[in-house]
Design a protein around this ligand. Structure first.
Ligand SMILES: C[S@@+](CC[C@H](N)C(=O)[O-])C[C@H]1O[C@@H](n2cnc3c(N)ncnc32)[C@H](O)[C@@H]1O
Length: 277
């Protein structure tokens, strides 16, 4: 996979040299190019921003440097045979970044990131490139950062660990929270390692039983418990067919009951008496 990042703070992307992403680069699984937007300015002050049309506070990133930068980066990638590009635009007004979107992005051969500063990039830049390639406007959460570089690091790490060969054990993201399939709408439960007793705290016995079926069930129950505690909205969103008989038993212990109108909504809801508590 090829990644290009155009930014006014190339040094902010240094973490792409370490850990999992750094190793993937060294092993040739990821080809990362970080480009300084100011290389495409032509005035003495390397200006990349200007005042907003319509007035108001803050500055807006100018069309010209972004257009020239993206044209050159794209031409370079096409020449190198990088395949079809997709533009990833970090913005708090984008669609939420989810594991599902990480999986989708990981299937693309080439991502071009445009982390902005100030009040963002002149809209015409996004509209221009949207006529040539898929554009993903992505938010990493309901808060506002000073710039998109941290979002690029977040997205890149989530995408890179899904690439074939990047994780030592290809199975290790199968049971992650949000992983597509059985865990699609569940958070992963607790994990433990040696020693068997630490400060008087032991390991749940089932984990020492060697009984794979029972361990899988315990993990699923813990995932249901944790999701109930931290993200009940995920359970509310899940179609009832996703829960087997044992799931339903556990959900009932955790205070969930099928919606009397489940046929219509296809949802589980918290029991009324629990909501009132
Ligand atoms: C100060 S923010 C601009 C916020 C903009 N005025 C708004 O309210 O949508 C500057 C840049 O940081 C990045 N950014 C800030 N918060 C983000 C978030 N939650 N997800 C992704 N990128 C974000 C974007 O690149 C954004 O253009």
């Amino acid at each position: 996979m090829r990644l290009d990042v155009v930014t006014i703070f190339p040094e902010y992307l240094e973490p792409l040299n370490v850990s999992l992403v750094g190793k993937a680069r060294t092993r040739g699984l990821l080809d990362v190019g970080v480009h300084d937007l100011r290389d495409w300015t032509h005035d003495r002050h390397n200006t990349v921003d200007d005042t907003p049309y319509g007035g108001g506070p803050g500055m807006v990133m100018k069309t010209e440097p972004w257009g020239e930068a993206l044209d050159e980066v794209l031409a370079d990638g096409y020449e190198a045979g990088a395949g079809a590009p997709a533009l990833v635009v970090p913005t708090p007004s984008g669609r939420p970044f989810t594991q599902e979107l990480a999986v989708e992005l990981s299937s693309r051969p080439w991502l071009v990131f445009t982390p902005a500063r100030y009040e963002g990039i002149d809209r015409r830049v996004i509209d221009e490139y949207a006529t040539r390639m898929p554009v993903y406007e992505v938010s990493i959460g309901d808060y506002v950062l000073a710039g998109g570089e941290a979002a690029v690091l977040v997205i890149t790490e989530a995408v890179a660990r899904l690439l074939p060969g990047v994780l030592g054990n290809a199975e290790s993201h199968r049971d992650d929270s949000f992983a597509p399939g059985a865990m699609a709408n569940l958070l992963e439960g607790p994990v433990h390692t040696k020693p068997p007793v630490w400060r008087g705290r032991g390991i749940p016995e089932v984990l020492l039983s060697g009984h794979h079926g029972k361990i899988a069930r315990w993990r699923r129950d813990e995932a249901l418990r944790r999701t109930t505690a931290h993200r009940p909205d995920l359970i509310e969103r899940t179609a009832p067919e996703a829960f087997d008989k044992k799931d339903r038993e556990m959900l009932s212990i955790l205070g969930w009951a099928p919606d009397p109108e489940a046929g219509r909504h296809g949802r589980f809801w918290r029991r009324v008496e629990d909501v009132e508590e």
